[in-house]
Design a protein around this ligand. Structure first.
Ligand code: DGL
Length: 276
């Protein structure tokens, strides 16, 4: 079982596991509850209202399980729901709870990583259309030229373990070439979808050694450590026995099998219904 005040980590499905594993490495002392809304994933092509409602249900579920802090480890949900939840819902739910996303930590860092000042952003259709990366990068690194490209096929390919198939490789290569044709001076590509670290090596091989490929997990983990060191009122609430408990809205056996592909370890999840 899990402890009484864990950190909640939410994703539409499996992608957030790539973030959770980095957070666990950086902050192993805390307890964690992971929730994957696999039954309703992918979120990438869904409307603003749908993603917002699903994300709010997930956040409320994790709050009810005792999490004082929830990390939305999904770019699509961070882009479409985080701000509304922080500004409109949180004040009425509880003044003592916090929700953080993955876009701000990444955009705070990216300016320090590029030399050419040309950055590429790859994400789901929802994340790219939201312009969240453009808006945030404009704040933190206004001198950077940002070029975006949506890759709607990548999440289904990764979730179905087809990214190494002939067709899968073709889709991935084509999307990367489209991005690089838009701006050949790009020297840093941010993987703005938590699923993409699973194919980071494949992306690096296509891009070659002149382009750095940045996964968000390590950045989010470092920023969370920094946040907790500055927010003792939250850190003091968190339980610290190093446990992890996994929830999925899908069949738990299916989740357990696929989760090992993202985590590199076997887990046993629990099925849960969160739809209001
Ligand atoms: N993990 C989500 C993200 O980071 C993508 C998966 C989905 O489309 O649900 O955007």
């Amino acid at each position: 079982m899990f402890n009484n005040a864990p950190i909640g980590v939410f994703d539409s499905g499996y992608g957030g596991l790539t973030v959770l594993s980095e957070i666990k490495k950086r902050l192993p002392q805390f307890d964690y509850l992971y929730l994957g809304d696999n039954a309703r994933a992918p979120y990438g092509n869904r409307s603003f209202d749908v993603v917002y409602n699903f994300t709010l249900e997930a956040v409320n579920f994790l709050f009810e399980k005792g999490c004082p802090l929830v990390i939305i480890a999904c770019n699509t949900a961070s882009a479409k729901a985080l701000r509304s939840i922080q500004q409109n819902d949180l004040p009425t739910i509880s003044v003592n709870k916090r929700v953080l996303g993955v876009i701000r930590p990444s955009t705070e860092e990216i300016g320090t990583l590029t030399k050419s000042k040309h950055v590429g952003v790859l994400g789901t259709t929802g994340t790219i259309q939201s312009q969240s990366y453009m808006i945030e990068l404009q704040k933190f690194a206004p001198d950077i030229q940002v070029t975006q490209h949506a890759c709607p096929m990548w999440v289904p390919l990764i979730e179905n373990d087809r990214h190494n198939s002939l067709a899968g490789k073709m889709f991935i290569e084509e999307d990367i070439q489209i991005l690089m044709r838009k701006d050949p001076e790009i020297d840093t590509v941010i993987l703005a979808c938590t699923h993409y670290p699973v194919i980071k090596q494949q992306i690096e091989e296509i891009l070659g050694s002149k382009v750095s490929v940045i996964a968000q997990g390590p950045i989010v983990a470092e920023k969370l450590a920094d946040y907790l060191s500055r927010h003792h009122e939250i850190e003091n609430l968190l339980s610290k026995t190093g446990s992890v408990h996994y929830y999925t809205t899908e069949n738990s056996h299916v989740f357990d099998q696929k989760a090992s592909q993202f985590l590199g370890e076997q887990i046993a999840s629990e099925h849960v219904e969160i739809a209001g």
